[in-house]
Ligand binder design. Structure first.
Ligand code: ZN
Ligand code: ZN
Length: 578
């Protein structure tokens, strides 16, 4: 069979394509990932693939050429695999590989952030992982550390050659991050070395290389500080690049303009709903007080009042743990989605290296560590000063805490993860679509409340709307800052007055939007696409629509972009209807 025939695969008598390309495509994917790791060894290490731990790529012209050649060659190879001859799993993998490769080419040729974003140059994170990882003996990890370190001076020399008119925001952050990371080489490496039985000569050679690394890093930070940068690039990405980046990173079925319009509409809807609830609740909570004419002021007062209903600092962790079985029971009772009892969520106190973050997060094993546990890390507020703890507890009040659990754990991120592990695809673990992953978690919040979680209490809905405003306004903020010159003052007004955030939270968001692009859009975009798709299917299927089946089928495709899941589900539906 020729791989290069350009005709469609003719179905044979059994209705299947004449040739099954899946086994070949599986082999191709393996080869593709092997090659990918040679070009991106840091990425490989971070995913738990340690064959290239000793390599540090010098970010020069030659390395960019290598990436471009790799991307072009694989795009050519992909053309040999007709989509209609592939399984659903491989089809989505095909789409995702293609997107990744085009994104590599675009970011080198068009986005060119290696010129204007100095934070792309920082080695300390990858080196810290080598020291802290426990996948191999300390001796092996230290020797890789040593070999990798020898390229650090060349790495920063190449960085200096690349940088042209960098943004002031990224320059400042790069200085802070690089100086902050020096301790990995000055202290942590030294401490680790003292735990080994290496000979004196070897130790001395290693120490000398570490010294050179420190000099190179500090010199880079110094160079950035003194840089004669008369015409810095704006940190705002600009409409043309932003639209493209949105396409590659989000892979939405909507354009960014459509998503922005939807977010603006959603904000107005949330405000009107919140004002209705505020008026309804006013007598219960603020009967002695005059209700302000300005609706946003009234909503803010009501939110502040209800936020006082929160758990105490020392029961924060136990409150979260106790929630998990309640959520599972509710989902069972309402028949919302199958929860596999053989894969219980392991709730644990946050490990030390995460201390101080509080809240809750999921730690999932990497794609090369399939049998590792998935943990639900719950932060403690021990050691926090009283005011900070109180403000945090109000933010994560009784209602928001439950929504957080839905989002992070069940049926949000954790449940999605269990399902995606059932359609194993290394491609989806590596290039997993963030908008789908975050979108699912955000969708699941609304879905739970729609089905009566929280007894339809007005307080619960009001808090949910406030929470949902955050992802809605993240999208408005990101798009407006990067394509419409939104000022900091306008941004603070949006976040504080219209999204009811604390000033510190809003300040941090402004910092984040000045050094990232598009990422803040993934929550709202994914959520909107999933919700719209569900409503579309409901209309199409009428009485045949079943929510539980919809959820299970939707998640069975793994962490693929929503538009592809939609396409495949609609195909499957048409086939069963025939
Ligand atoms: Zn309190
Ligand atoms: Zn999330």
């Amino acid at each position: 069979m020729s791989l290069f025939s350009c005709g469609n695969h003719q179905p044979d008598a059994s209705g299947k394509p004449a040739s099954d390309l899946n086994p070949q495509f599986d082999k191709y994917k393996e080869h593709f990932i092997d090659e990918l790791w040679k070009i991106y060894p840091d990425w490989a290490s971070s995913q738990g693939y340690h064959k290239y731990d000793s390599m540090l790529v010098v970010p020069d012209e030659a390395s960019r050429k290598k990436q471009l050649d790799f991307a072009q060659a694989n795009l050519d190879t992909l053309k040999n695999y007709q989509l209609d001859a592939l399984s659903s799993n491989n089809k989505t993998d095909h789409y995702m590989i293609e997107n990744q490769l085009k994104s590599i080419i675009w970011s080198i040729n068009e986005q060119r952030s290696y010129e204007w974003n100095p934070t792309e140059y920082n080695v300390s994170g990858a080196f810290a992982e080598l020291l802290n990882g426990n996948y191999d003996s300390l001796d092996v990890r230290l020797r890789n550390f040593y070999l990798k370190m020898s390229n650090i001076p060349a790495y920063y020399e190449a960085a200096k050659k690349n940088i042209k008119n960098p943004t002031l925001e990224h320059t400042q952050l790069a200085i802070e991050q690089n100086l902050g990371g020096v301790s990995v080489f000055e202290k942590d490496f030294h401490d680790a070395l003292n735990k080994t039985k290496f000979g004196e000569n070897e130790k001395q050679a290693m120490e000398a290389t570490a010294k050179n690394a420190v000099v190179a890093i500090k010199d880079f930070a110094d160079w950035l500080k003194k840089l004669d940068n008369k015409t810095p690039r704006s940190f705002r990405l600009g409409k043309e690049l932003y639209e493209k980046k949105f396409e590659f990173d989000i892979q939405s079925g909507y354009t960014v303009d459509e998503i922005y319009a939807k977010a603006i509409k959603r904000k107005a809807y949330l405000h009107s709903k919140m004002y209705d609830l505020t008026q309804k609740l006013w007598h219960k909570y603020l009967s002695g007080t005059h209700i302000p004419d300005d609706s946003l002021t009234a909503i803010r007062m009501m939110i502040d009042k209800i936020s006082l209903d929160h758990v105490s600092a020392d029961s924060f962790q136990s409150a979260i743990s106790k929630q998990i079985p309640v959520l599972i029971d509710f989902i069972k009772k309402k028949d919302l989605i199958y929860i596999d009892p053989s894969k219980p969520l392991v709730v644990r106190k946050e490990p030390d290296y995460m201390a101080g973050v509080a809240g809750a997060s999921i730690s999932a094993p990497g794609p090369y560590d399939k049998n590792g546990n998935t943990y639900y890390n719950v932060g403690s507020l021990s050691g926090w000063d009283k005011d900070k703890a109180e403000s945090y507890l109000r933010e994560y009040n009784r209602y928001i805490l439950q929504i957080l659990n839905i989002h992070e754990a069940i049926p949000g991120h954790y449940t999605q993860l269990v399902y995606s592990n059932q359609s194993p695809s290394l491609i989806k673990s590596l290039f997993g679509n963030n908008a789908m992953i975050e979108g699912w978690a955000v969708y699941s919040e609304r879905m739970m409340l729609e089905n009566g979680y929280g007894d339809n209490a007005d307080e619960m809905w009001l808090m949910y709307y406030k929470w949902n405003l955050r992802s809605t306004c993240n999208t408005i903020l990101d798009y407006s800052v990067h394509t419409k010159d939104m000022t900091k003052e306008q941004a603070m007004n949006l976040l504080v007055n219209e999204a009811f955030q604390q000033k510190t939270e809003a300040e941090n968001k402004w910092k984040r939007v000045s050094v990232t692009q598009v990422q803040l859009c993934c929550y709202f975009t994914g959520y909107t696409e999933i919700y719209d798709f569900r409503e579309e299917l409901k209309k199409k299927m009428g009485d045949d629509f079943n929510l539980k089946k919809f959820h299970e089928k939707f998640l069975s495709y793994g962490s693929a972009p929503v538009k592809y899941i939609r396409e495949l589900m609609l195909q499957d539906l048409n086939q069963t209807a025939k």
